[in-house]
Design a binder for this molecule. Structure first.
Ligand SMILES: Cc1cc2nc3c(=O)[nH]c(=O)nc-3n(C[C@H](O)[C@H](O)[C@H](O)COP(=O)(O)OP(=O)(O)OC[C@H]3O[C@@H](n4cnc5c(N)ncnc54)[C@H](O)[C@@H]3O)c2cc1C
Length: 231
């Protein structure tokens, strides 16, 4: 999968901090903006997150290109409603590239099964091409494509929704593909808004698991898992 953070609110942390400060300060917003130090920004953001005053965090938005995830993954992703998505259409776009697909490691590890998987993808892709050749529209031909088929999607999410996404989808209970996507996104935003995202991730990063009986046996170590998905 390919993930790139292409745009984000300039000075995302300062933007959030000013929005929060305006609520409680008699000074005007411009004056606050011009006088707020980096230390003050950090302190205020830490306070907001700890206290649960998350609405000010919505002022920072982030736009990603996500390419090469499966339709399984994109279906899970778009369940997160407080975001904007633009996904390459299988109705209007005839797939012209060679066959590509996402293969789960569990199948890839077994040679005979991965061969069957590949044959199936090839068959469905051949049928798709055959339908197109016989004047079936892309929107109908696509019914034979598998869930493993790759897609690309542009996502814009504000920091509050991203924090929520990272809590749910970086968790070991989330499926491996969306988990990998979430960690790669987290690594990108940590670089540009380190204070907002300093404790982002599954609830176990904060020392408590919210999964109860469904708790995983091996909670990830924060540094190691972020390192794993760095690229
Ligand atoms: C491990 C895991 C397993 C899952 N398994 C399944 C499954 O088996 N079947 C299934 O259907 N889904 C499943 N899901 C998807 C899950 O149910 C949610 O749809 C998805 O995680 C989006 O989360 P959300 O609704 O909290 O958040 P978002 O849509 O990201 O919204 C963020 C928050 O905004 C608020 N909000 C958003 N919309 C509304 C609204 N209409 N009314 C009130 N408040 C709102 C809520 O507080 C919500 O938490 C699974 C998710 C995970 C992480």
């Amino acid at each position: 999968m390919y993930i790139e953070l292409i745009k984000y609110t300039p000075e995302p942390e300062k933007t959030v901090a000013i929005a929060a400060r305006v609520c409680y300060s008699p000074r005007n917003a411009k004056e606050i903006y011009e006088n707020m130090s980096d230390e003050e920004v950090k302190k205020l953001i830490r306070f907001l997150i700890k206290a649960g005053h998350h609405s000010a965090i919505e002022h920072a938005s982030f736009t990603f290109i996500v390419d090469g995830i499966s339709r399984v993954c994109s279906h899970q992703l778009v369940r997160h409603r407080l975001a904007s998505y633009s996904q390459q259409s299988q109705r209007y776009v005839e797939y012209k590239r060679n066959l590509e697909y996402v293969i789960p490691q569990s199948i890839k590890n077994k040679k005979d099964l991965s061969q069957k998987f590949e044959e199936f993808q090839q068959q469905s892709f051949n049928l798709y091409k055959y339908f197109l050749k016989n004047k079936i529209s892309s929107e109908d031909a696509r019914y034979v494509l598998s869930n493993a088929f790759p897609t690309q999607i542009i996502i814009t999410m504000n920091a509050r929704e991203l924090l929520h996404l990272f809590t749910l989808r970086c968790c070991e209970r989330a499926q491996w593909e969306i988990r990998e996507m979430a960690y790669r996104m987290l690594n990108k935003v940590k670089k540009v808004a380190p204070t907002i995202f300093e404790h982002a991730g599954p609830s176990c990063f904060k020392g408590i698991c919210s999964e109860g009986e469904m708790m995983c046996k091996n909670p990830p170590k924060e540094d190691e898992i972020l390192e794993k998905y760095l690229s």
